[in-house]
Design a protein around this ligand. Structure first.
Ligand SMILES: Nc1ncnc2c1ncn2[C@@H]1O[C@H](COP(=O)(O)OP(=O)(O)OP(=O)(O)O)[C@@H](O)[C@H]1O
Ligand SMILES: [Mg+2]
Length: 248
């Protein structure tokens, strides 16, 4: 369903993506890992056309999006939901208005339809009744749930999550992962998740890929990555300071 072909992207003299090839099947829970600064957020932005590659192709089904004009690109983008790194709720809006925002912006639904949808999603993420609260009044975990509800409100086919659990305790990390899996089963989307949560992501992912020095150094099932002989993958998974990954 999603296919990246030889994606290259540089910023000035810095090459961040230097030939990414990736196939993400329909309904996968596809986790992308890699060290900080590896280019994971850039990779996600290429999938949804927020960044254009210097060269290479991004296929969403049979549509190659890097060459699309704005209107055609927007039509494709409407099939996506995105949870940005850091959650990025609007601080000046209530939880209700935050979750309603994509529907008000992108659809012509009536306020009554919007209300039903927002309440359904808030209920599903365990935030029933917090409509009127503002982001500053929520815990970190609740903010992530609200962001999750917002990314799901327009029934996306493809959901992109950029570090959906950063800063949470291990139990809440697992709770968010469980929630993503439950929602995935219920709503049947394809999920692409950037995450640092080793080992928790092993029980979340159907597929894992590791991005390192501009390329995918390994991809496959969680167990294949755990058993990898690639020293880069092994060092990353174990968190050891010694190894091929430059620590400083
Ligand atoms: N718009 C931009 N302009 C210039 N450089 C950029 C831009 N976006 C990203 N970069 C650079 O590209 C590199 C990869 O950034 P990116 O945010 O994708 O990393 P990441 O893997 O998501 O890291 P983290 O795990 O810390 O979020 C970084 O060196 C960053 O400075
Ligand atoms: Mg990032």
């Amino acid at each position: 369903m999603i296919r990246l072909v030889n994606i290259r992207k540089s910023f000035g003299s810095q090459m961040v993506l230097s030939g990414i090839n990736l196939d993400i099947p329909d309904r996968a829970v596809y986790v992308v890992v890699g060290v900080s600064g590896a280019g994971k957020s850039c990779l996600l932005k290429h999938l949804i056309g927020l960044m254009r590659p210097d060269s290479g192709q991004v296929w969403i089904d049979d549509i190659e999006i890097t060459s699309l004009g704005r209107r055609a690109l927007n039509r494709v983008r409407n099939r996506f939901g995105m949870l940005f790194q850091g959650g990025a709720l609007f601080d000046s809006m209530s939880v209700y208005d935050n979750v309603a925002f994509p529907l008000r912006e992108k659809t012509r639904k009536s306020e009554a339809e919007i209300r039903d949808k927002v309440h359904e999603r808030l209920f599903q993420v365990g935030l029933a009744g917090v409509d009127a609260k503002f982001p500053s009044e929520l815990s970190g975990g609740m903010r992530k749930r609200a962001a999750l509800a917002r990314s799901l409100v327009s029934d996306p086919e493809i959901l992109l999550f950029d570090e959906p659990t950063t800063g949470l305790d291990p139990i809440r990390v697992n709770a968010i992962h469980r929630l993503i899996l439950d929602l995935h089963q219920m709503l049947d989307f394809t999920a692409v998740i950037v995450s640092h949560e080793i080992p928790a992501v092993f029980s979340l992912a159907t597929h894992i890929a590791m991005l390192h020095q501009g390329v995918i150094v390994e991809s496959g099932s969680p167990s294949a990555l755990q058993e990898s002989n690639n020293p880069v993958v092994r060092q990353f998974m174990s968190g050891q300071l010694e190894g091929p990954i430059d620590v400083y």
